[in-house]
Ligand binder design. Sequence first.
Ligand SMILES: [Zn+2]
Length: 174
Amino acid sequence: MNKNDLEMLLYGRKQYRSPEYKARHRAMARAKKSAKLDALFGADRRRRAPPFADQSPEAKKARARAAGARWYSENPERWTGYCRKRRVLKLNLPYVEHVTPMPEDGCCPHCRVAMTGQTRKGLSDPNAPIPDHIIPLSKGGHHVPENTMMICNECNTIKGDRPLSYLLKKLGRA
Ligand SMILES: [Zn+2]
């Protein structure tokens, strides 16, 4: 129940607060928060300028972008994993956190290419191993160990959101 609902229940209407009342209470809340932070981090915390405080908004934006790009290049699996998880949860499908194992011979089970390289945002190596959903998520497949397998990026691109039989036909293997 939010504040308005509570007030409706208690008073039958939304409480009227004058602008002065609101300003006074906002100031009180600010002071309370400030005192709490002072107790935690010392009263001089405000005088310690945060790093990069002198930078222009553009410079700050560029720095944030660079930091994001750096994080991405250092954590490609975590990024793709994060995107995948979001997609699965948005589709409201079962999701079991797991690491899809590489096949023992390190080769794509479909085209037999040796899987090497990395997946990267925008540009991935064509032979990079990618966890693929055998039944695509968009067709109701679940993100569970039984429904994922490592295949090469190229096969993954061909397969898209189609069933495995489509890929095998394209490769002339079915
Ligand atoms: Zn392949």
